[in-house]
Each structure stands twice: as structure tokens, then as C-alpha cells.
Ligand binder design. Structure first.
Ligand code: NAD
Length: 359
């Protein structure tokens, strides 16, 4: 009997349900083609959960996620809940779910589709062959360190502390090496070891672990240099692993190489194979309900789930190839269309991709 994979499906708000709907069609198609079995369970999360259950992250949704092998998330938020108190804001649920599921890394691929090179602000020849992944530590560093105000010699001062321990660094760095192993086997560890003590510890740990991965080529890159090289030679990067704040900035920079937010997938991982997969974009309230959102980021999040959680590499490749072939054939949703009058809708894009998935 086939191995049944349990997927918690959390559509969320705004365009979330639309784009997740298309991703579910992709799951179904791979079941038919590859004989996979997926058991999907839907949960409420975000604004809709506030409306129906009085909290952005109901316990039953968390239970569904914990019982699953992976979570597929749409997006949450919208103007309706923007003025709510902190505990009744959809975004509070996002932090809560990551914490409750022990997700300590965020994975963001940035690959440039040849036919969309024109959509980027960089020259096409610079972008040629760009296909990288940023692995960002998510639960430590300066965002989570002690913060306070005090009176200093020149009046009020603010202090943010940055703390990393060996265990936190080790687990994320190993993830970086492991992911590099499944790709072009190049790892760039990004730090600021010429200035920061946390970065010096980071680099020590990387160097200690590196001999366990002799097949992976390692380079240390200072974060300021990395920011420059991403714009100069993005195609030379394969996997970038870095701490929380550097990763926050670097992953947004890398995202912009690709030109459109509607194309970007992401994963948050913890120990083991479990992961939460979602598009990078938000709930896009400005276009919600119109059937014009781009479902590709969410569909590519399914491909990422196949690679990182299920090890279904062949099917992941088939999904990515299908997206590429549909784009190559000239089909575009409004966000990536040059001629907006020829743009197709969410469902049409999803259907074309599903039809293009071949074994
Ligand atoms: P957004 O990503 O929702 O939208 C930014 C712009 O990109 C909008 O013009 C939108 O129409 C467009 N866009 C986004 N995704 C698209 C897609 N798939 N297809 C076509 N166009 C797309 O960011 P925002 O407007 O800053 O935030 C809207 C809401 O989403 C807010 O409530 C915010 O808090 C929330 N948000 C949620 C998440 C999440 O769920 N992980 C992430 C970011 C923002």
C-alpha cells in the first residue's frame, strides 16, 4: 500500500483560498500520475479564524498541523483586522504557528525563469542561470534578544542584544549543508565575522561541521559582500545559509532578482522532515475575490514540499517544468503580464499547469 502523506491545508484570507485551490489540483494530478496518496485536512487560520473562533490560531488548527507531515498555507491578513489588538491580529497567528511547530529555519528559493528575465530590474545577462536558495535562521539572533531603553551620557539609549548558541547555529548550518547536497553542492555561509562575536561563533561552528560534508564546496562570505555579489553574480550562488537578520534582508534582496512576488515559494522547517510551505506573498486584499491572482508561488511551494519533506524529487521537477513550459508558451497572470489585456485568471493558470505536469 502506498505511503499516505498527511497535509494540513490552511487557506487563510484574501487570495489564500484561491491560490491554495490551484495547489490542491496539482497535488491531485501527482496522485494520479505517480500513485501518491495525500490525506488533506483543512484548518481555520488568520482573519477567518478570528471571525469564526475568536483567535487567529485555534487549538484545533494547531492539532491538525501537528498531526500532519507537512502544512500548506495560503496567506493571512487584511484591512478588516488591521486595527485589532495584537492578540487578535492574523499576523500574530503566523508567529504563533512557527513557534508552536518548532520551525527554526526559513527556506526561500529564488530562481529566474528565462522568459521572465525582463520583469526584473537587473540586466538579463546578469540574471542568466540564477537559481539559489536562502536558508535563514528564524528563531534566534537580534530579533529575539533582550531589548530595552536606558539613560546614557547623551540621554535616552536603546539596546538590542544579539545572542546565538552553538546548538542553534549547528542545526541551521547542517540544514544548509543538507540542502546543498541535494542541489549543486555549493554552500555560502554569510556572516559578519570581522566585527560580530556571534558571527565568529557561527563561523567556528561552520568550519567544525564542514568536514562532515566533503562533497559540498564551502565559502564564507561577509554579509555586506554578499549583498553586493547577489546583484553582480547571482548565478554563482547555490545555497546561502545565514542568521536571522542577515537572512531577512538577503532573502528579500534575492527575491527581487526574480521580478514578481507572485512567483516566490517558501518553506519553514524544524527538526526532521516536517515543514510548513507557503507563498512569500501576503493575502493581497486589493485583488482578492477577483480570480486574477497568480497561483504559481503556491504551486511551487508544493514542489518545495515534495523535495524537502517527502523526497519526491521527480514529481517536484515535473511541477517546476510544467510551470516553466506554461510560462514559455506565453501565458501570464496580470502581475507578470506585459500586455495586461491578455492576462489569464487564477483558475486558468492553475489548469494549464496541471495539464502540463507530465511523468
Ligand atoms: P501582499 O503580498 O499581500 O501584496 C503586495 C502586492 O502584490 C499587492 O499589490 C498584491 O495585489 C500583489 N500580489 C501579492 N501576491 C500576488 C499574487 N499571488 N498574484 C498577483 N498579485 C499579487 O502584501 P501587502 O499588501 O503588504 O499585505 C496584505 C496583507 O497580507 C496584510 O494584511 C499583511 O499583513 C498580510 N501578509 C501576510 C503574509 C503571510 O500570510 N505570510 C505575508 C505578507 C503579508
Amino acid at each position: 500500500m502506498a505511503d499516505v502523506k498527511k497535509i494540513a491545508v490552511i487557506a487563510g484570507d484574501g487570495i489564500g483560498p484561491e491560490v491554495v485551490g490551484e495547489a490542491l489540483k496539482v497535488l491531485k494530478k501527482t496522485e494520479e500520475l505517480y500513485g501518491y496518496q495525500f490525506e488533506t485536512t483543512h484548518g481555520l487560520f488568520g482573519g477567518i479564524a478570528i471571525d469564526e473562533k475568536g483567535t487567529p490560531l485555534p487549538q484545533e488548527t494547531l492539532d491538525i498541523c501537528k498531526a500532519a507531515d507537512a502544512v500548506l498555507l495560503g496567506a493571512v491578513g487584511g484591512p478588516k483586522w488591521d486595527n485589532n489588538s495584537k492578540e487578535l491580529r492574523p499576523e500574530t497567528g503566523l508567529l504563533g504557528i512557527r513557534k508552536a511547530l518548532g520551525l527554526f529555519s526559513n527556506i526561500r528559493p529564488a530562481n529566474v525563469f528565462d522568459c521572465l528575465k525582463e520583469a526584473s530590474t537587473l540586466k538579463p545577462e546578469v540574471l542568466e542561470g540564477t537559481d539559489l536558495i536562502v536558508v535563514r535562521e528564524l528563531t534566534g539572533g537580534i530579533y529575539f534578544g533582550e531589548k530595552f531603553r536606558r539613560q546614557g551620557a547623551h540621554g535616552e539609549e536603546a539596546v538590542d542584544t544579539c545572542v546565538y548558541n552553538v546548538v542553534e547555529v549547528e542545526r541551521i548550518v547542517r540544514q544548509g549543508f543538507e540542502i546543498a547536497r541535494t542541489r549543486r553542492k555549493k554552500l555560502a555561509s554569510v556572516d559578519k565575522a570581522n566585527v560580530l562575536e556571534t558571527s565568529r561563533l557561527w563561523r567556528e561552528v561552520v568550519n567544525r561541521i564542514a568536514p562532515e560534508y566533503p562533497d559540498v564546496e564551502l565559502e564564507h562570505v561577509l554579509v555586506d559582500n554578499c549583498a553586493m555579489q547577489l546583484l553582480r553574480r547571482p548565478s554563482s550562488f547555490d545555497v546561502i545559509v545565514t542568521e536571522n537578520m542577515f537572512g531577512d534582508i538577503i532573502s528579500d534582496e534575492a527575491a527581487m532578482l526574480t521580478g514578481s512576488i507572485g512567483m516566490l515559494s517558501s518553506a519553514s522547517l524544524g527538526e526532521g522532515a516536517f515543514g510548513l510551505y507557503e507563498p512569500v506573498h501576503g493575502s493581497a486584499p486589493d485583488i482578492a475575490g477577483q480570480g486574477i491572482s497568480n497561483p504559481i508561488a503556491t504551486i511551487l511551494s508544493v514542489a518545495l514540499m515534495f523535495r524537502l519533506t517527502f523526497g519526491y524529487h521527480e514529481a517536484a521537477q515535473a511541477i517546476e517544468d510544467a510551470v516553466k513550459s506554461v510560462l514559455d508558451a506565453g501565458h501570464r497572470t496580470g502581475d507578470i503580464a506585459v500586455d495586461k489585456s491578455k492576462a489569464i485568471g487564477t483558475t486558468e493558470m492553475g489548469d494549464l499547469i496541471v495539464a502540463a505536469i507530465k511523468k
